[in-house]
Structures are given as C-alpha cells and as structure tokens.
Write a protein that binds this ligand. Structure first.
Ligand SMILES: [Ca+2]
Length: 467
C-alpha cells in the first residue's frame, strides 16, 4: 500500500482493539449454542456476551477467497482471488490491495497474524503478511501439516520454524498471547489488531485422544471420524477460551471488539443442518457460517440479529469503529455493521447486493437481497473443471455470464429446494438484472492472472458435485 491518505474522523475517541477469530471449514451448526452436540462452553459464553448473527456469511464458500474478502472489504473475485490458492500457483492477494491490517497499522495499531494464511505462498516473492500490514506473523500457506498435531510447516516472520509441539490451535493461541505480552498490550497502550485464524476443523484432523474417547462414549453411534471431528471442535473451543481469558486477564475485554466466524461452510452434513450444499457451493450451506461480535458495554450481551451480513463487511466495520475513513478510490463491497451492532437497526443500506462467485462448481453464482436468494450458473457450467485454476479458466471467467437463474425465498424455505421465480416475477427480474450487472462489474475489475500453460495440465477435470 502506498500513497493512501488516512483521515481520522473528528471525535473518534479511544480506538478499540480488534480480534478476528476464524475457524476453517466450521459449519453454522458446529457449536453448542448453534444446536450442535459438541460441547463448546467457551464459544457459547462468548456468543452469549455479545451479538449473535443468525444469517452470517463468509465472503466466499472457500478458504482463500473468503480470507481475501475479510481483509479487503471487497468481494474476492474483484481482488483476483477466484478460487483457493493451490500449491505453486501464481494467484495471490496483490500488494496493491489495501487490507484492514494496513489501514489499522497506519492509524497506529500494532498488528499480528496467527495461524492459517492462505493468501500467498509464505517465503516466496509473493506479498507476505508483513507486506499486507502485519508487523508480526506465525502462519502456514494452507493447512497444518502433516496434521493439527505437531505441525512442521509454520513460518514465523518469514522464517520456517520446523516441527512445533502440540495441537495447532493451542500453538496459534500461545503465540498470539506471547505477542500480546511482547507489545505490552494493556489499558492505555497502543491498540492492536490480531487475526487468530485456526486450522481446525479442516482436514487432516488430529484431536486429543481423551476428547475423542469422550465423544465415543457420549455418542456411541458416531464413527471414529465423526468423534474426532467433535473432539476437534472442542479442542478449538479450549483454545478460544484461553485466548479470551488472556484478553480478560489483561483488563482488555471492554476495549476489545472480538468477531468469531468461519471461512466457509463445512463438509459434514451435521455441521450445516437445514441448509443445501457444502463447502465450495454457492448454496447457503457453502457460506452461511456462525458469526458473533462481542464488545462488552457497547454491544448488548445476549442480543441476536437476523440481518444478512458477510465477511466483506468486516473492514468497513472496523474502520468505522476505529474512526478511520476508508480510501474513497477503493471500490468496497461491504458496509459498516455499526448500525446493527450499536444502534439497534433492523436493516442495512447496501448499494451492492451480497454476492458470491465460485467458478469451479455449479451453480457458481449467488446474490442475496433480504429474504431473497438468486442462484445462477455461468455460461460454461457444462465444461469440466480441475480443482486448481488452470490457464484456460482465466479467459473463461473474464467472459463468463450468469445463466439459468433460480429464485428462493429464505423466509419460507431455508433449504433452497423450491424455485419461486414464477410466483415473484418482479423480484426475479430485479435480482436477475442485479446479478448480471454485479457479475460483469466484478469480473471486469478482477486481476487477470497469467497462469502458465503447463500448470495443472495433468490434473483430472470433471463436473463437480452440486448437491
Ligand atoms: Ca476453509
């Protein structure tokens, strides 16, 4: 980022700390307070102390684009993150993008990133966390490897650290807490922005054996994989508890805005009860995720909000709360959630609809307006695609157009099985026009990657399951 002028709004008093806690592939029914059988006392307590969102969405139904949306306030395809970042791929979060970390850092915040990164290859010449506004980082390119237990692939501030002992979620929280100590985080000190981005419960999973046996005993009908998944969620819950206690013990709870959510929908049926689709789908199951904000004394404890929100709203929200004016030359897709969090509003004014595009699967595009969800294919839906983006995909994305539209009324039916386009022709036409306009604008803006012709040439291609 260069040449961005920051204007601090007159009257912005003390700037709060921001803690962005992200799970990886956790569904909206994975926590006790969202109806899961997994015991998550720390997350349940956290949610009960703030505002729970029942219609919270990740910016994309998949890891890298979702994270790009969170950090930039822009829909991921607009910033050129069309899919996940496969190994050795040219796609990455470009240095030209302005992240929440950069805006906060320029306003005097201390900034740290802990856990899964997946926005560039660490240790390569692609932009690193330090280039995107994080003064300190301990992260991985993608998943913890070989699993969550004793991972070997963490990189600390650009240097590989080798094998680390313990479970990834505990390692990540311990590092974040040490960092809070190192910057002497306390009342009256410089504010901080910390991203704590867990690897759990993304595969390959490893969970403490005592928790796995606990769930095998509690629910004998679970298979070993399911019991390990339940244990994995409880292990993250323990880590979240440790992190929140560290904030509370430093007397910072009331000065810290915590947002806890997931980067995309799950792969398990029991993690997205009532929703159609899973991770990578533009159906609700791909991107409707748990989400809660806590700011004691400022956001009502035990409150609930059913207004649809998205990861792209995070940057405008933190800027609003910190009194930072977002640069006017940047086309944001999200809006500030402050009217919901602080003012008790029951709706948000959006100039652009919430929008999801994930090219690999069919359908590949969704927009949302209030109770209405419009779903569409793009015009090469019948063409087999590979898991990682290949050269040919780039031109196809640039010229893609939405086709085969379906309309769903989520107030009537969350499971998206009954197309109501014929019953609501005016709504259908309005959303159809919005989808065509929004998609054209986004794909015209998105960076055109020069993917080498031999990248992924040997990968198998298929039409992906669409549920
Ligand atoms: Ca993910």
């Amino acid at each position: 980022m260069s040449g961005i002028l920051l204007t601090t709004l007159a009257g912005a008093a003390e700037q709060p700390n921001f803690l962005l806690v992200l799970l990886d592939d956790s569904g909206w029914t994975d926590f006790g307070c969202y109806g899961s059988r997994v015991q998550t006392p720390n997350i349940d307590r956290f949610v009960s102390e703030g505002m729970r969102f029942t219609d919270c969405h990740s910016a994309a139904p998949n890891c890298s684009p979702s994270r790009a949306g969170l950090l930039t306030g822009r829909t991921p395809s607009r910033v050129g993150i069309y899919s996940y970042l496969p190994p050795k791929h040219v796609m990455h979060l470009r240095d030209e993008e302005v992240t929440a970390a950069e805006l906060l850092q320029s306003a005097g915040y201390r900034t740290g990133h802990f856990g899964k990164w997946h926005l560039s290859r660490l240790g390569s010449d692609q932009p690193q966390p330090a280039d995107q506004g994080f003064e300190y980082s301990l992260g991985t390119d993608n998943n913890a490897s070989p699993s969550h237990l004793n991972p070997k692939n963490f990189v600390r501030n650009g240097e590989p650290v080798g094998e680390m002992q313990g479970y990834s979620c505990q390692i990540v929280v311990d590092e974040a807490v040490s960092w809070l100590d190192s910057i002497e985080a306390e009342k009256g000190a410089e504010p901080f922005f910390a991203c704590v981005w867990f690897h759990e419960p993304h595969t390959p999973i490893a969970s403490p054996p005592e928790l796995v046996s606990k769930y095998q005993k509690l629910y004998p009908e679970l298979n070993a994989k399911e019991a390990s998944y339940f244990a994995n969620i409880e292990n993250v819950d323990r880590a979240v508890g440790k992190l929140l206690r560290a904030v509370e013990q430093r007397g910072l709870a009331e000065e810290t805005v915590v947002f806890l959510t997931s980067d995309n929908g799950p792969l398990n049926d029991f993690s997205s009860v009532g929703l159609r689709g899973k991770k990578s789908n533009v159906w609700e199951g791909g991107h409707r995720v748990p989400g809660a904000f806590r700011w004691p004394g400022k956001i009502d404890a035990g409150s609930e909000c059913s207004v649809p929100i998205s990861g792209v709203d995070y940057l405008p929200t933190v800027c609003d709360l910190a009194g930072i004016k977002t640069p006017e030359e940047i086309a944001l897709d999200g809006v500030s959630l402050v009217p919901l969090l602080r003012d008790g509003a029951d709706s948000l004014r959006r100039e652009k609809p919430l929008y999801w595009f994930f090219y690999r699967l069919n359908p590949s595009l969704a927009i949302r307006d209030g109770r209405w969800a419009l779903i569409a294919d793009t015009n090469d839906a019948g063409r087999p695609k590979s898991h990682g983006m290949v050269r040919d995909d780039m031109a196809r994305i640039k010229s893609s157009k939405p086709v085969e539209f379906l309309l769903f009324d989520l107030d009537q039916e969350l499971s998206q099985r009954r197309d109501v386009a014929k019953e609501h022709p005016q709504v259908f036409e309005r959303l159809r026009a919005d989808a065509i306009r929004m998609h054209r604008d986004v794909v015209e803006s998105g960076h055109r990657w020069d993917i080498p012709a031999d990248y992924g040439a040997k990968n198998s291609r298929r039409i992906w399951d669409s549920y």
